[in-house]
Design a protein around this ligand. Structure first.
Ligand code: TXA
Ligand code: MG
Length: 303
């Protein structure tokens, strides 16, 4: 399928990806089309080894260090395009950098190796909607638009990879994700710049304000559900919590909460309800990525 330029959805440890041959313009165009994604938003090239990445991008010392410590795993590195890189310019949206990642999932790694080429793979949802963490989510969202869906069960991490830009003099965090910023800063021995720290700092074009959004309005830092609202809890629920409530982690475990986040947002997103009220989540570790996704889910729509 991939060799013929068709699309294959596959599991990774973070979320399901909508995969196509990253070296084939036609396949990459089909990904943008299936997602309804603006073509200025570049895709991640998924690889099965560090050597494979080094053929696509110029790996610098920081990239080698982070890859050695965190690959395979939920970390995406943005690096200068290798002069001989076979990756489609459409996949990198015409930028002179490419985002690369080696996922930590046996099905994903076997698929990339069998395809014998890098796979461009955004999350396998329509642009702006909640990311899929099961094969069933993919089928509901993209069913008719993908040739094959590989079912690897539930994704272990549940939020997308952390995206770090290593093209400049200082590493910049473009998207918080499955590797905690604290772990990256410890590995680099330096603070990660935030893409919001400086107006000149690079930004992930994908970080539009409204994203990861269910159909219902989302209200953050709730202490209880108002009439008609469903409650998405974290830690102990308030006494007399709404019947329509789910708990990201009753014990307050951020990794458990990340793994449950997208599936629970989907489960609570039912037309008979007025909205989804979400309790406060601490900001450290995976909490940074969870709060990033929730803030975008709650952002005004239509962007
Ligand atoms: O966990 C993940 O990263 C998942 C799985 C399937 O691997 N993929 C994923 O892809 O989340 P996507 O397309 O939904 O998000 C990729 C992010 C976007 O914010 C995009 O703008 C950014 O990476 N990105 C990709 N290439 C870039 C580049 N050259 N420079 C800056 N940002 C880039
Ligand atoms: Mg996405």
């Amino acid at each position: 399928m991939l060799a013929a330029g068709r699309l294959v959805a596959f599991p990774t440890e973070t979320v399901y990806g909508l995969g196509g041959d990253a070296t084939c313009d036609r396949a990459v165009a089909a990904i943008f089309e299936a997602k309804g994604r603006p073509s200025f938003n570049p895709l991640i090239a998924h690889v099965a080894s560090v050597a494979h990445a080094a053929a696509l991008v110029e790996m610098n010392a920081a990239a080698h260090r982070l890859a050695r410590l965190f690959w395979p795993g939920p970390l995406t590195l943005v690096l200068p395009r290798h002069p001989q890189s076979p990756v489609s310019l459409l996949a990198s949206a015409g930028l002179d950098s490419i985002a690369v990642r080696m996922p930590d999932h046996p099905v994903a790694l076997a698929l990339i190796a069998a395809a014998g080429r890098p796979l461009a793979a955004p999350s396998a949802n329509r642009s702006g909607a909640v990311s899929p963490t099961t094969a069933d989510h993919v089928a509901r969202c993209l069913g008719g638009r993908v040739s094959t869906i590989l079912d690897g069960g539930r994704c272990r991490v549940g939020v997308e990879s952390t995206v770090v830009d290593l093209t400049g003099p200082c590493p910049v965090l473009l998207r918080p994700g499955g590797v905690a910023v604290e772990a990256l800063e410890a590995a680099l021995g330096a603070a990660l710049l935030r893409s919001t720290d400086s107006p000149d700092a690079p930004r992930s074009p994908g970080q539009l304000d409204s994203h990861y959004a269910p159909s219902l309005p989302v209200r953050l830092n709730a202490t209880e559900a108002k009439a008609g609202e469903a409650l998405l809890g974290f830690g102990p629920l308030p006494p007399g919590a709404a019947a329509a409530s789910l708990n990201l982690s009753p014990t307050g475990d951020l990794e458990e909460a990340a793994a449950n986040l997208f599936a629970m947002l989907r489960a609570l997103d039912r037309p008979e309800r007025a909205g989804i009220a979400v309790m406060a989540i601490p900001g450290h570790g995976l909490g940074l990525a969870i709060n990033d996704r929730l803030r975008r889910a709650a952002a005004p729509r239509g962007r």
